[in-house]
Design a protein around this ligand. Structure first.
Ligand SMILES: Nc1ncnc2c1ncn2[C@@H]1O[C@H](COP(=O)(O)OP(=O)(O)OP(=O)(O)O)[C@@H](O)[C@H]1O
Length: 433
């Protein structure tokens, strides 16, 4: 499953983990930036302490470049080598060996001897999206507007247009920026496990459930949860998800305790959900991807990511950005850039990033990068001078909107399109709400 965490504190190539030991036994390993280890009284925690003075989730441990970060989420406090952790503003980075006390229980921490490499992608800089084209400036303006609001946001766009990065950008520009950002790829969840992965499960809830699993709603508590490829969730799970979003409590499979959470929910999809949502309340239609009630719950605000072929002027900046990230001393020529600008990029920025990475890998330091062989092998075709129908329609609607200063009755009269149809087409191209 592709789950990633962005945290302003974890902007490192390498992280330091460790193990927790209780009663001379290793009770948890802290080595995954995406899954903080939780200690508490609640059975969903990795280390469960049966002590009334211990809170449901008492503390959270995450590997970072500065050591293992302890976050106090308790009512009664956590002691680090005998000192209350609140003296360190509720946060402390563990290295070496130390003792942590929660209620009456004592847990030993031992730092790992070696660091663990994490992919830099899971630690993007504060503003991860690159772009200067009009389409991207609109996206930035919208992110700035959306970020402080607590509304659910549906991010749409073709594959590789940066939907997950946009979600991180919303999180980082929001008041929740210091807390966890968790991305759950709903498209990668096997149908049979969807409920237990989304809501968590209690040990023994079903055959094979040997461990407790914590719901991403609780892992991201206080922060932001991205439900990526939400259209892929099985319909029975959609009904339950809707209830969880409305009641803001989550109940693990096999548990009878409902746990409240405080999470901002973002969703992303590359499918055209608008066309496949049941607007008539006919929610039994198998053809629909998403129930209409869930669609409206998760799409209080919309953000559309433009395809790269609509912002080819950004190709230069992006190539520069990816080349700088690779830190290699190679030369990129005007011809090379023009070749990239003529291509139609069906895989969008992900594809561009791959082409740049591979082409640079094949170039010796000081030499000119030759993109030609890598472009030719791509599934997309070089852009033809002739426009596709979709491009012409988009251009027509943009001109129409400009000429009529956005007045939709006027636009409907000139184009001879019914108001409803016109609105649908404008929405399709992100030209209207
Ligand atoms: N504006 C951008 N600036 C820099 N890098 C970008 C930008 N947009 C996308 N990328 C990079 O392109 C790749 C794909 O981005 P991302 O995963 O956010 O796309 P996506 O729309 O969520 O894709 P999918 O629909 O296939 O899941 C990532 O490596 C990301 O870092």
């Amino acid at each position: 499953m592709n789950s990633t965490v962005a945290d302003p504190d974890s902007d490192y190539d390498e992280v330091l983990g460790g193990v927790l030991v209780a009663n001379s036994r290793v009770v948890a390993e802290i080595n995954d930036v995406a899954t903080p280890v939780l200690i508490g009284r609640d059975p969903v925690c990795h280390v469960v302490l049966d002590d009334r003075r211990v809170s449901g989730v008492h503390l959270e441990l995450t590997p970072t470049g500065r050591g293992v970060r302890v976050r106090d989420r308790s009512r009664n406090g956590v002691a680090y080598n005998g000192t209350d952790i609140s003296e360190f503003r509720g946060e402390k980075y563990l290295r070496g060996r130390c003792t942590i006390r929660c209620g009456a229980a004592k847990v030993e921490f031992y730092a790992a001897e070696t660091t663990t490499r994490v992919i830099r992608e899971s630690s993007e800089p504060t503003y991860p999206l690159v772009g200067e084209a009009k389409g991207m400036r609109d996206v930035f303006a919208r992110i700035r507007k959306i970020a402080p609001l607590e509304l659910t946001t549906l991010i749409t766009g073709e594959t590789g247009t940066g939907k997950e990065l946009a979600a991180r950008a919303i999180h980082l520009a929001s008041p929740r920026a210091k807390r966890t950002f968790y991305a759950l790829n709903c498209g990668a969840i096997p149908e049979a496990l969807a409920e237990s992965i989304l809501f968590g499960h209690k040990r023994g809830a079903f055959t094979g459930a040997v461990d407790n699993t914590i719901s991403p709603f609780l892992v991201a508590d206080g922060g932001t949860l991205l439900l990526d490829e939400i259209g892929e969730l099985p319909r029975p799970v959609q009904v339950k998800l809707l209830r969880v979003l409305e009641e803001r409590v989550v109940q693990a499979v096999g548990s009878n305790e409902a746990r409240p959470f405080d999470v901002r929910v973002l969703a992303a999809t590359r499918r055209d959900l608008d066309l496949r949502v049941g607007f008539d309340g006919d929610d039994d239609d198998r053809e629909q991807i998403l129930r209409s009630d869930l669609f409206f719950r998760i799409a209080q605000v919309r953000l559309e990511m433009p395809p790269l072929r609509h912002r080819t002027s950004d190709i230069r900046i992006l190539v520069d950005h990816f080349a700088t990230e690779l830190g290699r001393n190679v030369r990129i020529t005007e011809d090379g850039l023009q070749l990239l600008e003529r291509y139609d990029w069906p895989g969008n920025i992900r594809e561009l990033k791959n082409v740049v990475t591979v082409a640079i890998a094949f170039t010796t330091d000081g030499d000119v990068v030759d993109f030609t062989p890598h472009i030719r092998e791509m599934p997309g075709k070089p852009r033809r001078a002739m426009k596709t129908f979709v491009e012409m329609e988009r251009q027509y609607l943009e001109d129409l909107e400009r000429n009529c200063a956005g007045n939709q009755s006027e636009m409907s009269r000139i184009s001879a399109l019914a108001r409803g149809t016109l609105r649908d087409r404008l929405r399709k191209y992100g030209l209207a709400e």
